[in-house]
Design a protein around this ligand. Structure first.
Ligand code: PLP
Length: 377
């Protein structure tokens, strides 16, 4: 069976240059970047290069960038670290109901520690009101709002939130989980104005095991754990250099092709929307029109997501029911958007990489129509 991988928001295939770089780092340039010998110096140079590449892909010329094991760790480092360092006076954090579990679970832990956690409700389109968030932030130490939602692709108004926080002189720092926005927006993420940004390597064609937390100059992030002095003490432990270097490589590769990539993603998005509506009777698209082009969430009322997923999987079409992390639980994102239960129970998320083709979408539509027969529609 030909494979049609439409689950790129969950993770991506490693792109060729990122693979080559990782292999090079494991076979030739494998020394410890802290080592004093020549081989160690070369490894340290690769680490520095990777850091500069990720910073540049974010749109920055300077600022702090800590390599982590992935998006989850970057988000935890930001939320737990910032609240520990800056939250003594203002034990309050403002976020949204539609964040990734990495954020929501970190916030739950802080709630147990006595923090007041405010989770703003999304509207029907899966976005939030910047003013509503800012209004809650007068006495908060942190506002954390994702840039693009991983289930619907909805864009959240991070830039407007920053403007509102500045206008009202809020003491809160702004963190954004930009895992699904990274290298998928025309404007670089630096334009959001966030104080802290979390990104992940395996969503942009790098190998698994690397992510990064950006922090503006002057922000101190206490470590999540303790050890040697790597990453300026912010993230001790021998660096996962193959993963970090492959992330740097993927950043360069995708940055160079960004315009072309965005054009391809938009084309795929339009073709998929038109095909779903035109060829699969009954489909309802849950993602807003202005969502990030790489994600489309839709429902096939009367069907069940898990069954559709299985039928599609049998035809080599790989999609997700809501999000990969939800594992059969009803989506907290679609629930917060107040979608009808019959839409939530039949929701499917497809997500593209720029290398997907119209063929993949045709296979999806064929599979959905096969699946729909099971529900006697
Ligand atoms: N945040 C969002 C929006 C995501 O989609 C993901 C992906 O699972 C994560 C955070 C977690 O990133 P990682 O898998 O790199 O830990």
């Amino acid at each position: 069976v030909m494979e049609h991988y439409l689950d790129n928001a969950a993770t991506t295939r490693v792109i060729e240059p990122a693979l080559k770089k990782a292999v090079y780092m494991m076979t030739d340039c494998y020394a410890n970047p802290s080592a004093q010998h020549e081989s160690g110096r070369l490894a340290a140079y690769e680490l520095k290069t990777a850091r500069e590449r990720v910073l540049r892909a974010l749109g920055f010329l300077s600022g702090q960038l800590i390599f982590t094991s992935g998006g989850t760790e970057a988000i935890n480092a930001a939320i737990l670290g910032i609240s520990r360092k800056y939250g003594r006076k203002n034990k309050k954090i403002v976020s949204t109901q539609i964040e990734h579990a990495a954020t929501l679970e970190a916030l739950k832990t802080l709630e147990k520690d006595g923090y007041e956690i405010i989770l703003i409700k999304p509207d029907r389109a899966g976005s939030v009101d910047a003013g509503e968030i800012a209004a809650q932030s007068k006495d908060a130490c942190l506002v954390t709002v994702m840039a693009v939602n991983n289930e619907t692709g909805a864009r959240l108004p991070v830039k407007e939130i920053k403007r509102a926080l500045t206008a009202m002189k809020s003491p809160a720092l702004l963190h954004t989980d930009a895992v699904q926005a990274f290298l998928k927006t025309e404007e670089p993420l630096s334009a959001l104005g966030a104080d802290l940004i979390s990104v992940s390597g395996h969503k942009i064609g790098a190998m698994k095991g690397a992510g990064a937390l950006y922090a503006a100059e002057g922000i101190f992030i206490p470590p999540l754990f303790y050890g040697g002095g790597q990453e300026e003490g912010a993230r001790p432990g021998t660096e996962a250099l193959p993963a970090a270097a492959s992330m740097g490589e993927a950043c360069d590769f995708r940055s160079m092709r960004l315009n072309e990539d965005l054009k391809n993603l938009s084309k795929l998005n339009s073709y998929a929307r038109a095909s779903l509506i035109g060829k699969v009777p009954g489909v309802i698209i849950n993602s807003p029109q202005e969502a990030s082009p790489h994600i489309i969430n839709f429902s096939l009322p009367g069907a069940k997501s898990e069954v559709l997923l299985r039928v599609l999987s049998g035809r080599g079409v790989y999609v997700s029911a809501g999000s990969a992390c939800s594992r059969g639980r009803r989506s907290h994102v679609l629930t917060a958007m107040k979608l009808d239960p019959y839409l939530i129970d039949s929701a499917i998320r497809i997500s593209f990489c720029p290398e997907n083709t119209e063929d993949d979408i045709d296979a999806l539509c064929g599979g959905l129509n096969d699946g729909a027969i099971l529900f006697k529609r």
